[in-house]
Ligand binder design. Structure first.
Ligand code: OKP
Ligand code: ZN
Length: 334
């Protein structure tokens, strides 16, 4: 199985995040990607497919903001990483504000996702990695792995959050659609709900989104991922949320995944995008499921047995020392 990663993805290295009332060291570190690359025996550098596939998912004003915000933050005399501190509540007027803090509030949803001078390049190449994997699958490979970092599934069409800036799974799914693939399913097995992916395809009947995740009643991102969220309009019924309790082990996780795979089979996709997070692992420092390293191979075999061509996009996983082995286990299952 080919895998893709660009060293430019390592440049993004925020120093800290706001969490539970205080600043903590940033959990989504460059070393995550280095550990994975080493464990899977290296990765191919992706080619540059340019902006079109990114612009097919994200709005032009949001992309301009992402590229320009760090320089504007510095110009405002601020030290360190760009971070927000005020957000509009749902239903406020869509004001066009010039002040950098107002814009950060407009284009993000949390305080755990700073912008640095290297963020745009890293996110851009994370997207190029998933596009390279998508093209490998479109050209006939059964599966390909994109070592996406920063991750993507919390980023919406015009917002960032949850360590995510560009939604790599959505970029892959939309690129496949634009290349002529009729129906695409996204299965998200990261510990957290992929609110950005859900929002992007909320009213889309051609892209199915299914997610297994910690119950948003207890876990980030709180405001999305509840079982009654099923999509709307043409997308009504093409979103499936399966929240799971703390302590979830392999068998209940595997049963929930089987429910998702059944729903996806009923949808009959021509291609699958797997948003894979290893933060469901038993020792993850910010999560509360209890999967083992060997379990990932079992889950991957269940997915591969469905027979859909599959693009795997890396999402979370914060137990650095176990991350490589966990990703290797998943890829072995394919
Ligand atoms: C991103 B992905 C813990 C803060 C938790 C952010 C969670 C983002 C998860 N230091 N808040 O889905 O793995
Ligand atoms: Zn996660």
């Amino acid at each position: 199985m080919r895998n893709f990663f660009s060293p430019a993805q390592l440049g993004h290295a925020p120093t800290r995040e706001l969490h539970n009332g205080g600043f903590t060291a940033y959990a989504e570190t460059p070393s995550r990607a280095q550990q994975i690359a080493a464990a899977i025996g290296g990765a191919e550098a992706p080619g540059d497919h340019g902006m079109a596939a990114i612009e097919a998912v994200h709005t032009a004003d949001y992309l301009a903001f992402l590229r320009e915000a760090p320089a504007r933050w510095a110009a405002a005399g601020r030290p360190g990483d760009a971070m927000g501190y005020v957000w509009p509540i749902v239903g406020r007027r869509a004001l066009k504000l010039d002040r950098i803090d107002g814009q950060i509030g407009r284009y993000s949803f949390d305080a755990s996702t700073p912008l640095t001078a290297q963020t745009w390049d890293a996110a851009y190449w994370s997207a190029q990695s998933v596009l390279a994997a998508t093209h490998a699958v479109l050209e006939g490979d059964r599966a390909a792995f994109a070592l996406c970092r920063p991750p993507g599934h919390h980023a919406g069409a015009d917002y960032y959050g949850g360590y995510c800036y560009l939604n790599t799974a959505a970029i892959a799914a939309q690129a496949a659609r634009n290349a002529g693939v009729r129906r695409v399913a996204i299965l998200d097995i990261d510990y957290h709900h992929g609110n950005g992916t859900q929002d992007i395809f909320w009213e889309r009947g051609d892209v199915f989104y299914a997610s297994l995740h910690a119950d948003p009643a207890t876990d980030y991102p709180f405001y999305w991922g509840h079982a009654d969220e099923i999509g709307d309009g043409e997308g009504r019924g093409t979103t499936l949320n399966l929240p799971l309790p703390h302590g979830t082990t392999r068998d209940p996780f595997r049963r929930a995944q089987a429910v998702a795979l059944d729903a996806i089979a009923h949808f009959a996709p021509d291609l699958l995008v797997l948003s894979f997070g290893a933060d469901t692992w038993e020792g993850d420092p910010i999560s509360h499921f209890a999967l083992t390293t060997a379990d990932y191979a079992v889950l991957a075999r269940d997915i591969a047995a469905c027979g859909w061509p599959c693009v795997v996009a890396m999402e979370g996983g914060y137990a650095i020392d176990a991350l490589g082995a966990n990703v290797r286990s998943l890829l072995t299952g394919f």
